[in-house]
Design a protein around this ligand. Structure first.
Ligand code: GLC
Length: 558
């Protein structure tokens, strides 16, 4: 069938791929990944079916939070290359049909940012009010986001003679978006990167960013409300680009998340990560039971037409399980990360999927098939496509941010420079480059990489997954998730077995009138529904199946 998606809403069925330039490919042998290295591998990403790159921060930084502690919003970290290299990368990506978005980190700056330096050294500095100060912090402050590193979100600054707010580390003072000059600076900076060809931003820590607009009651009359401000940012991106996006990090329950899409027209965040669905997925995987995810999908609000959910099974942070109950989180920890060294902040896991699944590739493939089958836009974290593991000796969130594994060499083909200056050590052992690398998998039709290539192609050929509405089909097996997603007159049914035992399922999809068959998209085999419209099939342990609903007169390309 033909994709009817129009290009100005390209993100509805994009395949998003997140990477950090410093760990992707080092082109000059200095031990650090760089923009030239990334540019060199854009053909690889295009071959994988990636249509949108999300770049983790590449700006000059104090490098105490992997680049999320920015010291200059307008620059490129010198280790990664030059502005010229950046422009070449964007141009080449565009030539290969790949859009580029990057982290917009404006909840805070580094404490080394010139704004903070000016602010802390002079109460009368115009930058003083770019940050949030207090002589007497409130009695019940919110808990720090990184509880193993910080005990409070307020820290006293000797030089400033006041406390300042920091939701994250103390070296990342929070910006105060109630200040109109700061708001002007933020859009100017966004405009700069959009002008260089970016297609939008992944917006870091959105609720925290908007927080000061919600709490500064004294000035409430003169301030935009938080959602008005977010609407202004989206409108700005729209005006400057026509089709640019804001992909927001909003880890809140669905009821609160939905407000961040904006009004019925969807005029705030274009996309939001589905943190709740991700966590219910892992709970279900731990139990071999698809019902937690089915319930989350049923409860998940339908975004406005101009918005979208972004699905993921791994990102660059801890695999957070903060929305599960304590008992549920314990179940997931017991199943996938029982050793305390695998856990972070008491709420998440510092592991990648294949080691968590004990290297069981049937299960890993089932989960990625499901990621692409979920209604929304799938987001991959680099290395997932080849089944990379984490580095167990690297502590905290950094464990999953190791160099990309291109070849079987010890360095994974990441760099010819000295390993001791790599931004993180290369994984060793079972999941190290000797066993897991791009080169070996590229030409192997049975590899995970080849499977992922077929998956991205299949996802793109099923635009209803990005555009349509989805229904959980009832059937007898609690281990199976059966979804039917329909858009216009097209419809695809996907089945995923969460358990290590085979399942016989019978379900009754919505079928068009006429002589209907279901075509299994991986094998090309067909199934004819029974006279009563029901369909029976068997799923092997951790099996999956995508079925396109067609009438017998059309021929599917599988
Ligand atoms: C976001 C990022 C995380 C970073 C934090 C502070 O949560 O995903 O990596 O440490 O913001 O910028």
């Amino acid at each position: 069938m033909s994709a009817k998606a129009t290009s100005d809403v390209w993100w509805k069925n994009a395949v998003v791929y997140c990477l950090d330039v410093e760990t992707f490919l080092d082109s000059d042998g200095d031990g650090c990944g760089d923009l030239k290295g990334l540019t060199d591998r854009l053909d690889y990403l295009a071959g994988l079916g990636v249509s949108c790159l999300w770049l983790m921060p590449f700006y000059p930084s104090n490098d105490r939070d992997d680049g999320y502690d920015i010291t200059d919003f307008y620059g490129i970290d010198g280790r990664l290359g030059t502005p010229g290299d950046f422009a070449e990368m964007i141009r080449t990506a565009s030539d290969r049909g790949i859009r580029v978005v990057a982290d917009l980190v404006v909840n805070h700056t580094s404490d080394q940012h010139p704004w903070f330096q000016a602010a802390r050294s002079d109460r009368d500095s115009p930058y003083r009010d770019f940050y949030v100060w207090s002589d007497d912090p409130p009695d019940n402050p919110p808990a720090p986001t990184f509880p193993d590193q910080e005990t409070s979100v307020w820290t006293f600054d000797e030089q400033a003679g006041q406390y300042y707010l920091h939701r994250f580390y103390r070296h990342q003072p929070d910006l105060n978006v109630t200040n109109p000059k700061l708001r002007d600076e933020i859009v100017k900076m966004m405009g700069f990167w959009l002008q260089l060809g970016m297609s939008g931003f992944r917006v870091d820590a959105v609720p925290f960013l908007l927080e000061t607009l919600g709490v500064d009651a004294a000035e409430a009359d003169s301030l935009p409300d938080p959602h008005t401000y977010l609407r202004e940012l989206r409108a700005f991106v729209g005006r400057r680009t026509g089709d640019g996006i804001l992909l927001g990090e909003v880890n809140l329950p669905f009821e609160q998340q939905t407000a961040f899409f904006g009004s019925d027209y969807g005029d705030e965040l274009t996309m939001q990560f589905d943190f709740v669905g991700m966590q219910q997925l892992y709970l279900g995987l731990a139990r071999g039971d698809a019902r937690p995810l089915a319930a989350a999908l049923t409860a998940r609000p339908t975004p406005p037409d101009s918005c979208q959910w972004a699905s993921f099974v791994r990102n660059h942070d801890e695999l957070t399980l903060d929305k599960l109950s304590d008992d549920e989180r314990r179940e997931v920890f017991d199943a996938f990360g029982p050793d305390p060294s695998m856990q972070v902040f008491g709420r998440g896991l510092a592991r990648r999927l294949p080691p968590m699944m004990g290297g069981d590739e049937r299960r890993v493939r089932m989960i990625y098939s499901l990621l692409f089958a979920l209604p929304g836009t799938p987001v991959l974290f680099y290395g997932e496509e080849i089944g990379m593991g984490e580095h167990p000796d690297v502590s905290g969130r950094q464990a999953v941010r190791t160099p990309m594994q291109w070849t079987p060499d010890e360095s994974g083909g990441f760099s010819r420079g000295p390993a001791d200056v790599f931004p993180a050590p290369v994984v060793t052992g079972v999941f190290g480059p000797g066993n897991v690398n791009v080169a070996d998998q590229l030409n192997d039709p049975d590899s995970l990489l080849s499977f992922m290539q077929r998956l991205t192609r299949r996802y793109r050929s099923c635009p209803e997954l990005g555009w349509g509405s989805c229904e959980v089909l009832s059937q007898p097996s609690s281990a199976v998730l059966a979804l039917q997603t329909s858009w216009d007159d097209a419809s695809v049914i996907t089945l995923h077995n969460f358990a290590d035992v085979a399942a016989e399922v019978r379900f009754r999809p919505t079928l068009p009138p006429g002589d209907v068959i279901l075509t299994e998209l991986a094998s090309g085999s067909t199934i004819r529904p029974d006279r009563d419209g029901s369909v029976q099939l068997r799923l092997e342990p951790y099996d999956h199946s995508w079925l396109r609903v067609t009438d017998t007169s059309s021929r599917e390309i599988t």
